[in-house]
Design a protein around this ligand. Structure first.
Ligand SMILES: *Cc1c(COP(=O)(O)O)cnc(C)c1O
Length: 388
């Protein structure tokens, strides 16, 4: 599950080992693979909430067409990374964030009528014009086979039944230039054909809706949602995506852009979380490997309630004048250093051999790993961040 570059980086890590490793070449490969599956002319952005490490963001800013940000903090990182294009989303934008987005020349995905009015005011005060799209929560649930966030009550976007009013409002606000729609609606889909259907349907809906309201359609952003199968062997099939999107360019008006902004799919497989085994113990018949690390660094398995697989990196160094605890051919729970029974990364993974002092390496940890975790809970030192 990890290559030589990552193994070498971990061999050089401080002990006890506790580190994230991010691989820039892997990030670039991922971006190239996604781009190759998209229709010519499609815009590929990286949704940086998946991993906001400045080196990761800078690498993906250069390997894609730009970044999707969802806060003023992300916007600052995106600007420092030299992103060519920035799209600003998120359901709760402050006036200061809207102003910063306007000053950065970002396209704002507007989430409500009130936000549209505030954006117009921010642009007017900056004596400029803001570029925007309306995020819509569609009436229909969308095609089957993809995991959805639309067609049901959520805090995201404008309900389709209120869209006509918001489009009419936009016409009265000369400081906002409306370019189209934002329809992010899918999360962690492993069904590439279903995802392609969702995209084709989003484009058809955008063309029809824009036509009905006399909006010159220049932009259809379908969001992210390309998935990773953390615990199994499933994968999002880019060849199936490519085949399913073949008709999309023909369905878009000339000059209109299809925008895709994945986060997870670009970053997940370019990151590893590694933690040294501090102790091995058996209680009530179950083996536990206690790590220098845990869910305060890598919360995803606890948040989603699955068991994240690991690979054992054997370490020969043993600094103590007594026997080294070791298990062979048993299932082991990989647990963290926090004082809570919920600090579990993996349940019952069989190991051929595991010793105190070996390192467990968790692959596919580059997205929604460190960035979603509770770093200060118990105040243990943070992991080393190693970029290769
Ligand atoms: C989170 C998010 C994304 C990225 O989603 P992934 O599942 O990581 O691909 C893209 N767009 C918006 C608006 C988001 O909120």
């Amino acid at each position: 599950m990890f290559g030589e570059r990552v193994g070498a980086a971990l061999t050089g890590a401080a002990t006890p080992v506790c580190a994230y490793v991010y691989d820039r070449a892997a990030l670039r490969d991922r971006a190239a693979a996604v781009r190759a599956a998209l229709p010519p002319g499609a815009v590929l952005l990286y949704a940086m909430k998946a991993n906001g490490h400045p080196e990761v963001v800078a690498t993906l800013a250069a390997a894609t067409d730009g970044l999707e940000v969802a806060s003023g903090g992300e916007l600052a990182v995106a600007r420092a990374a030299g992103a060519e294009r920035i799209v600003f989303g998120g359901p709760g934008k402050t006036d200061a964030e809207l102003r910063a987005a306007v000053d950065a020349g970002a396209l704002v995905n507007v989430e409500s009528a009130h936000e549209l009015r505030r954006l117009a005011l921010a642009a007017q005060r900056a004596a400029t014009t803001a570029t925007a799209a309306l995020r819509v929560n569609r009436a229909a649930a969308g095609p089957a086979g993809s995991h959805r966030m639309t067609g049901n009550p959520t805090p995201f976007g404008i309900d389709e039944t209120q869209l006509a009013d918001v489009l009419a409002l936009a016409e009265t606000l000369p400081s906002v230039r409306l370019r189209g729609f934002h329809l992010h609606a899918v999360s962690n889909s492993l069904d590439a054909a279903g995802y392609a259907e969702f995209v084709a349907d989003a484009v058809a809906w955008s063309v029809a809706t824009a036509g009905r309201h006399g909006l010159p359609l220049a932009y259809v952003n379908v969001g992210g949602g390309l998935g990773i199968d953390y615990a199994g062997d499933g994968r999002f099939d880019l060849a199936a995506l490519r085949a399913g999107l073949a008709g999309v360019p023909g369905a878009l008006p000339t000059g209109a852009e299809l925008v895709v902004e994945p986060g997870r799919f670009l970053a997940a497989e370019a990151g590893w979380y590694a933690a040294e085994v501090l102790d091995l113990k058996r209680t009530h018949g179950r083996w536990f490997a206690v790590l220098r690390g845990g869910t305060h660094h890598f919360r995803l398995p606890a948040a989603w309630g699955y068991s994240h697989p690991f690979t054992v990196l054997p370490v020969e160094r043993w600094p103590y004048p007594f026997a080294r605890p070791e298990v062979r051919d048993v299932p082991v729970d990989a647990v963290g250093e926090l004082c809570t029974p919920r600090d579990v990364l993996t349940r019952a993974q069989p190991v051929a051999r595991l010793r105190v002092g070996d390192v467990l390496v968790f692959g596919r940890a580059g997205a929604y790993g460190w960035d979603i975790s509770h770093h200060e809970f118990l105040r243990h030192p943070h992991p080393e961040m190693i970029i290769v």
